[in-house]
Design a protein around this ligand. Structure first.
Ligand code: SF4
Length: 227
């Protein structure tokens, strides 16, 4: 069961294990949006390479917005799904330019979290996770992106029911996480999911939140050897 005390204990233990990361923006908001589209279904390293390719090939975001999708795809080939992502990036940039008159997302500062999420997700290829990444990483807003690691770990912690979807997970985690802890909780859940609470057999014996986890297999008896 999720109680505020249990949630705070988990956040605190994760911070003991992984530290309390301080928020600082890594990209401009527009670059964060493009990077997050590029990172869909691939690693951050591949997305980084694709973003570098895009910057090298095009001197400005306006040029990307006006480019044929094939040229954008050629510049981001290293990131995978290049043709689809090229279309998403071009349509999103062109849409922002058409609606706002320039290529900046700074106007989102004046909007509430819900309106900003609705604006960003109005573009094809910008889902709830991508929009949440832009708001959390570029603006420091307390919006929790639910990626594969966050989803898996919070499910094992029984924050989410067995039928929860990524979309419902966004709503549930947003409702229960204290806003000042969202950034730290997100970063540490991702680290924990990559290093310990892995998709295969989790390393519960090395887990800093094991006493708080109903899915722990740390105390399971070892398998008996077959006769
Ligand atoms: S005890 Fe195991 S299942 Fe639970 S969070 Fe830790 S690693 Fe994941």
């Amino acid at each position: 069961m999720i109680t505020p005390a249990r949630l705070v204990a988990i956040i605190t233990q994760l911070e003991h294990g992984y530290g309390r990361p301080e928020w600082r923006p890594r990209f401009s908001p527009l670059e964060e949006l493009v990077f997050t589209i590029l990172s869909q279904n691939t690693t951050d390293a591949n997305a980084d390479r694709a973003l570098t390719g895009l910057r090298k090939r095009f001197p400005s975001w306006e040029k990307v917005a006006a480019a044929p999708p094939g040229k954008i795809a050629a510049a981001i080939r290293t990131g995978g799904l290049a043709d689809t992502k090229a279309r998403y990036i071009r349509e999103t940039l062109a849409g922002i330019l058409r609606e706002k008159g320039d290529l900046s997302l700074n106007f989102l500062k004046q909007m509430g979290d819900g309106d900003a999420m609705a604006y960003l997700t109005s573009f094809t290829g910008v889902g709830v996770k991508t929009a949440a990444c832009v708001l959390l990483f570029a603006f420091g807003r307390p919006v929790m992106p639910v990626d594969t690691h966050v989803f898996r770990v919070t499910k094992r912690l029984a924050f989410l029911g067995p039928r929860a979807t990524r979309l419902s997970a966004h709503r549930i985690l947003a409702a229960i996480t204290p806003p000042p802890d969202v950034y730290s909780f997100h970063i540490n859940l991702v680290k924990h999911g990559r290093q310990v609470c892995r998709a295969g057999r989790p390393l519960c014996g090395r887990c800093v939140i094991e006493p708080l986890c109903p899915s722990s297999i740390a105390k399971e008896p070892p398998l008996r050897p077959e006769p």
